[in-house]
Design a protein around this ligand. Structure first.
Ligand code: C2E
Ligand code: CA
Ligand code: CA
Ligand code: CA
Length: 280
């Protein structure tokens, strides 16, 4: 009886902890509109460098939430909450709107940068998302040649046929598609070949140790080789050092993204640091 009592107490604590986390998440989702209006949510850009030329020709848009009480909240903490509460479409359309506006202004200044926006698994096959994107292309607010959508490989696995159909419609608009976090799911490149993507991104878990981990080197080299045979460009993320970049260069990787190239920064800083260099 004593033991059961102890166990009961533990469960009570566990329940309270879950309740607190749920409350926290729910309140975050309900704060979305306010946070957007206040400018607490903003978009950072991280450069993608074309390895052959050494030039930054693309960037990934990464959302940031600077909360007035909680401080900086990481996307891994609030994206799932927004997904669970049905607010992820609004957030994604905000990021997309900023990203295409920044890309348009950089292109107008003579330095075209292709911007990549992350699309949650839930949205990749959502008709509302497709409809909104199609409308933005139609009214000229999206230049599809400057936009890439990053979709995780696992997002397409739940219902492959549905994913193929949805992604084909986005690709038909002229938007680039990229398979994110490659290597973390159970899919093969031959399966992914059925998706209309142009690019795969090797997950940073295979890249961070690339300078000294033999099995990561084998994985990355063979992925790049097969991806090229299938007609993909390859991006490696998590490029933190020159020695990692050297391994990727030798392996024929197309693009590098990571702290060694540049951290995610504000649009104005990105413009000064990377667009100016491209123009020079
Ligand atoms: P992801 O798409 O895999 O993004 C790459 C993450 O790796 C980013 O973290 C980036 O800051 C980090 N990173 C970049 N270079 C390096 C490096 O050299 N070393 C290390 N250790 N890390 C590096 P972040 O910004 O915290 O984003 C986390 C995840 O949140 C993203 O993973 C993405 O799945 C999601 N996310 C970010 N922005 C959005 C968004 O606007 N919409 C949606 N749906 N998801 C987003
Ligand atoms: Ca991504
Ligand atoms: Ca990734
Ligand atoms: Ca990731």
């Amino acid at each position: 009886a004593d033991q059961a009592g102890e166990l009961g107490k533990e469960w009570q604590l566990y329940d309270d902890e879950i309740d607190r986390q749920l409350d926290w998440r729910l309140s975050l989702a309900s704060e979305l509109n306010e946070a957007l209006a206040a400018g607490d949510i903003w978009v950072a850009y991280q450069p993608k460098m074309a390895i052959a030329s050494g030039q930054v020709t693309a960037a990934e848009a990464l959302v940031r939430w600077q909360h007035p009480q909680r401080g900086a909240i990481l996307p891994d903490a609030f994206i799932p909450a927004l997904e669970a509460s049905g607010r992820i479409l609004d957030l994604t359309l905000f990021v997309l709107g900023r990203a295409v506006a920044d890309a348009a202004s950089w292109a107008a200044a003579g330095t075209p940068i292709n911007v990549a926006v992350n699309v949650s698994a839930l949205l990749a096959t959502d008709v509302k998302f497709l409809t909104a994107v199609r409308a933005m292309v139609a009214d000229g607010s999206i230049d599809p040649s400057l936009l890439t959508l990053e979709v995780t490989e696992s997002a397409t696995m739940a219902d492959p046929q549905r994913a193929i159909t949805a992604l084909e419609q986005l690709a038909a608009l002229g938007i680039g598609l990229s398979i994110d976090d490659y290597g973390t799911g159970q899919s093969t490149l031959t399966y992914l070949k059925r998706l209309p993507a142009k690019e795969i991104k090797i997950d940073k878990s295979f890249v961070l140790g690339l300078a000294d981990n033999r099995s990561d080197q084998v994985m990355v080299r063979s992925t790049i080789e097969l991806a090229h045979e299938l007609g993909y460009k390859v991006v490696a993320e998590g490029v933190e050092t020159q020695s990692i970049l050297d391994v990727l260069t030798a392996a024929g990787c197309d693009y590098a993204q990571g702290w060694h190239i540049g951290r995610p920064i504000r649009a104005s800083d990105f413009e000064m640091k990377f667009c100016a260099r491209l123009a020079a």
